[in-house]
Design a protein around this ligand. Structure first.
Ligand SMILES: Nc1ncnc2c1ncn2[C@@H]1O[C@H](COP(=O)(O)OP(=O)(O)OP(=O)(O)O)[C@@H](O)[C@H]1O
Length: 548
């Protein structure tokens, strides 16, 4: 790999300023740049006029020895998002800023390691989030570290070290900037300021990391610091539509930035929201999403015509293909969640449901201290049951509360080597499952089923590159945590649904099974949506009548 030592040239002769708007626009026309090999002529003109285009080096370094990846100069190389002009412009700007000696400032908020990249005059340009500093990852700087990449993360359906690719996926999926996801890239980046855990292998120079890189959004608040009544309906709808598509598990108020607006008495509802932090979207199975907007009044207002049109134009197959080609390391299980949720959004919108209705049908409910599966999850179980041709009467039945308690117990026992035989004694209902050959199978069935899936039809090269970087644990081989080895799933019925506990995943289906699943899903959907509409409107009426 060749890297131009930009800092020297830039500092001695010119001094770099952030790119102007017109410079950025011109940069966007260069679609084949490799930012690691800018010629000096590029630097001479602050990045625009004499740029040599079309360097055809691959996006990823071919370097295999870790030592080769380190030197004392800050540098950046684009890994994912290569073909998106606005991403190019962002990376160029950051490269120039780094070359001119710009600072990298740790962000105090959030659970993961994040850094503001600033220009020399102190303006923030971008936010970098290294994947090895994610919550639970071994280089996490905020005290939530220690695990290897590839293990279950804070949300178990998203593995540690795989948030960065989801940040990029979110940007790629936000067609036309509908939800205003800021331009985001996946980069290899080195800087002395990056956190390296004392225990990690030290190589005498600058840490070189894979990170998501997102354009900094100038803002005055996050949504949690303001009342929701100030947000525009369109803004809430657009973010909500996006969150539903990607099954966002982490849309809390702090992940929506707000630009201060001039308030006068006529300007209520004028503030626009900018969504950030998409590391926990596209889970590997149907997990429980978190939608902060779910109970905001804007979410109960019907979609506008343009929103309905946008939704009807969404093409889940194309989106899936986009992700497969642009982010080969994103697992098929996650892509299938996107496809399913997009279909659900499209059909629900066509049936006249509003954002709040749709979000509610995707979210699990807590009732009398028990977590209940969402309507969407129940529907998927129903579809799975029809496909497997299982007859509920032949199934053992245990109570719903018992199931979730059991799941929690097993999850909690994950690190403490809890005594599973003892667990089975506490839950005698479990011993009736003749299909369970061993305790390992039982554990796997409850905790890891989706981690066993293979990347159907996917080229694994990109993920290998990520693994090569630093101690990546592959789901199929992560010794002590017994991923894989599951030969048969544990099934039983809950409220007449055939239920595979732990997770509803689509990753282990063959292509034909998945197509059949989607066919059946679409057949059963109208009925569920009709019931949902009736139920939700009754619930709304009750809520309204309670006020008086
Ligand atoms: N694109 C952006 N523009 C401006 N500020 C940002 C941007 N992205 C992140 N930030 C700031 O950095 C902080 C941490 O970022 P982020 O929420 O993405 O990290 P995290 O570790 O995943 O957080 P969390 O623990 O909330 O999931 C945010 O609270 C916000 O203040």
């Amino acid at each position: 790999m060749r890297f131009v030592q930009m800092a020297v040239v830039v500092d001695q002769h010119h001094g770099i300023k952030p790119l102007t708007r017109s410079q950025r626009c011109r940069l966007q026309s260069y679609t084949h740049l490799d930012y690691s090999i800018f010629p000096h002529s590029f630097i001479n003109t602050c990045g625009v006029a004499n740029i040599h285009k079309s360097f055809s080096t691959p996006c990823l370094s071919q370097t295999t020895a870790l030592e080769d990846d380190f030197d004392s100069n800050p540098r950046i190389e684009i890994v994912g998002g290569c073909r998106v002009p606005r991403v190019h412009a962002l990376v160029v700007e950051v490269a120039i800023a780094m070359a001119s000696g710009a600072d990298l400032l740790p962000v105090p908020s959030g659970l993961g390691g994040a850094y503001f990249l600033c220009s020399r005059n102190g303006d923030n340009i971008a936010v970098a989030k290294p994947i090895d500093e994610e919550p639970l990852a071994f280089n996490n700087p905020k005290g939530f570290g220690g695990r290897m990449l590839g293990q279950p993360g804070v949300k178990r359906s998203v593995r540690i070290g795989e948030s960065g690719i989801r940040e990029l996926a979110a940007y790629l999926l936000d067609h036309g900037g509908f939800a205003s996801v800021p331009p985001t890239a996946l980069v290899k980046i080195s800087h002395v300021a990056f956190r390296v855990n004392n225990n990690a292998a030290k190589i005498s120079a600058t840490p070189y990391k894979i990170a998501s890189l997102q354009r900094f959004v100038d803002h005055d608040f996050d949504a949690g610091e303001l009342g929701f009544s100030g947000f525009s309906i369109a803004s809430v709808h657009h973010i909500g539509i996006f969150d539903v598509r990607v099954l966002n598990l982490d849309r809390h108020a702090g992940n929506m930035l707000v630009k201060k607006y001039k308030q006068n008495k006529y300007a209520v509802g004028a503030a626009e929201l900018v969504p950030i932090d998409h590391g926990l979207c596209l889970p590997e199975w149907l997990d429980d999403p978190y939608f902060e907007w779910l109970h905001w009044p804007q979410a109960s207002i019907p979609f506008s015509e343009s929103e309905i049109e946008y939704i009807s134009n969404l093409n889940p197959s194309k989106d899936a293909e986009l992700l497969r080609t642009q982010i080969p390391s994103l697992r098929e299980a996650a892509i299938r969640v996107l496809v399913l949720c997009t279909i659900f959004l499209k059909r629900a919108t066509a049936a006249g449901l509003c954002l709040a209705d749709i979000g509610e049908m995707m979210t699990r409910q807590f009732c009398a201290g028990e977590e209940r599966l969402s309507t969407l999850e129940n529907l998927c179980l129903q579809v799975k049951a029809t496909m497997s041709g299982t007859d509920d009467k032949n199934r053992e039945t245990i109570g719903e509360g018992e199931i979730f308690q059991l799941q929690n117990d097993i999850k909690e026992s994950f690190d403490e080597n809890f005594d599973l035989p003892q667990l089975l004694q506490i839950y005698p209902g479990m011993s009736r499952f003749s299909s369970v050959g061993s305790i390992t199978e039982l554990t796997d069935a409850y905790i890891y089923p989706p981690f066993k899936e293979s990347n159907h039809g996917n080229d694994d090269s990109d993920s290998k590159n990520m693994k090569g970087n630093s101690g990546y644990v592959d789901g199929s081989t992560s010794g002590s945590h017994k991923v894989g080895g599951l030969t048969e799933r544990v099934s039983f019925s809950v409220n007449n649904f055939n239920c595979e506990t732990g997770a509803i995943s689509f990753g282990d289906m063959s292509k034909d099974e998945w197509d059949l699943f989607l066919d059946n899903f679409e057949k059963l959907l109208p009925d569920i949506l009709l019931k949902g509409t009736n139920y939700l409107s009754l619930k709304k009426r009750l809520r309204t009548s309670c006020k008086y």
